[in-house]
Design a protein around this ligand. Structure first.
Ligand code: ZN
Length: 419
């Protein structure tokens, strides 16, 4: 998850926090400074030492560093990467440059992640550009490697307090959550993000809904009084925290169970994709709103996890090129003009989903056709206006801009994020 979740909720237990959380750095507890800028970075004062949870983004690292140092001058004993994503694990530069020598704590698989990032830097930069509608490809290519690795669990004493680090899987395979039993503080990383779980991202590697639900149940059993999420607001109160965690686990399992049942019953990926939706009652929770990832992408992710890549359509096993398919469909329609006209009708009728299919057939088969590219531009623009999720918005905007560029027009302004 790499977008600041909304700072609004109906949960009264969090109202006091909402009052004092206005962005930037906020002392949310006498011993916890929360810096919010696209991601939450927490500094925890433990005796005479500091623990930093998620150093944050490379670009904003100096700002975070200055905010923490204005709050406390205690030495940095340890920094935790709750996972190795670019918004969480790339902000240690100013600390290390300033001569600090923290233990850099992460899950073992975080090292594998960074190695993969080195192999696929250009690819990830383009994914990021598309996902967040950035003006240019952006991805960090230098790493502050972990020095203390967790396979399952690790208990450290920092400043006289025990800190329990637990390995988990969910949005990533290298997740860690931290539990401070004396303070009853729980730092969840992106296992909690104030939106429906980012567990199906269409452009990213495998995600782990089953293990995510297990980690949520584990965390729910701890009896935390304060929950500090990777994005979004702090949650206060044992009952509010337990309900949030167990409801999110149940929401995930409502998708998982349907997919499994249908897979085992012999349904095709196509049937399963269209049939499965999350529990509608749980979906009403303020912390499960669909604003980032899409539940249908979790279905896809599970089909990939438990199945092969074949989509169930035998023609797609060794298919014709999309451009050949597009030309064939235009031929059947009586020409690309007819195809475009039908796409326009679909748009007028409000069937933007089908209009996008028609626009793809028209432009794939006839990329030089101006009305076809105009249809594609307009169809995805319409799709974009109704898309609620960051994951869908980025891809629709990129498709729209492909048509805009083909038409020699100026691409639409990038999204609101400018990293
Ligand atoms: Zn994140």
């Amino acid at each position: 998850m790499t977008e600041a979740a909304p700072n609004t909720t109906e949960d009264p237990a969090s109202a006091d926090i909402r009052e004092i959380l206005k962005g930037g750095a906020n002392e949310v507890r006498p011993d916890v400074l929360m810096h919010t800028a696209f991601v939450n970075t927490y500094s925890v004062l433990l005796g005479d030492e500091l623990l930093l949870v998620d150093p944050g983004l490379q670009r904003l690292a100096p700002t975070v560093y200055e905010a923490v140092r204005a709050w406390s001058d205690k030495p940095l004993a340890a920094a935790l990467y709750t996972h190795g994503h670019f918004d969480h694990a790339f902000g240690l530069g100013p600390w290390l440059d300033g001569g600090e020598t923290p233990d850099i704590i992460a899950q073992e698989r975080c090292v594998d992640r960074f190695k993969r990032y080195q192999l696929t830097d250009g690819f990830n930069a383009r994914i990021n550009q598309r996902q967040f509608s950035l003006p240019k490809p952006t991805f960090p290519d230098s790493f502050d490697w972990p020095t203390a690795l967790i396979r399952d669990n690790l208990v450290k004493e920092i400043g006289g307090s025990e800190v329990h680090f637990h390995a988990a899987m969910g949005e990533t395979d290298d997740a860690v959550y931290a539990w401070l039993p004396k303070q009853r503080y729980l730092f969840t990383g992106d296992l909690v993000v104030w939106s429906s779980p980012n567990c199906g991202n269409p452009q990213k590697v495998q995600r782990y809904p089953v293990e995510w639900a297990e980690a949520l149940d584990e965390m729910a059993s701890l009896g935390a009084e304060w929950l500090f999420p990777g994005h979004g607001i702090v949650v206060h109160g044992e009952d509010a925290i337990r309900n949030m965690l167990t409801d999110t686990a149940a929401w995930l399992r409502s998708v998982i169970d349907q997919v499994l049942e249908r897979m085992n019953a012999g349904q095709t990926p196509e049937q399963i994709f269209h049939a499965v939706d999350p529990d509608p009652e749980l979906a009403k929770r303020a912390f499960l709103r669909v604003i980032y990832d899409h539940p249908k992408f979790i279905v896809r992710n599970l089909l990939r996890l438990w199945g092969g890549w074949w989509n169930g359509n035998a023609a797609d096993l060794l298919p014709s090129r999309w451009e050949e398919q597009g030309r064939e469909i235009a031929l059947l329609a009586g020409g690309v003009d007819t195809l475009v006209a039908r796409g326009r009708t679909l748009l007028e009728e409000g069937n933007t989903q089908m209009a996008c299919h028609v626009a793809e057939w028209a432009t794939q088969g006839h990329p030089e056709d101006v009305p076809a590219q105009e249809l594609k531009r307009d169809a995805y623009q319409e799709r974009l206006t109704t898309a609620r999720e960051t994951m869908t918005q980025g891809i629709y905007r990129a498709a729209m801009n492909d048509a805009v560029i083909a038409l020699g027009e100026e691409p639409a302004a990038p999204g609101r994020l400018a990293l």
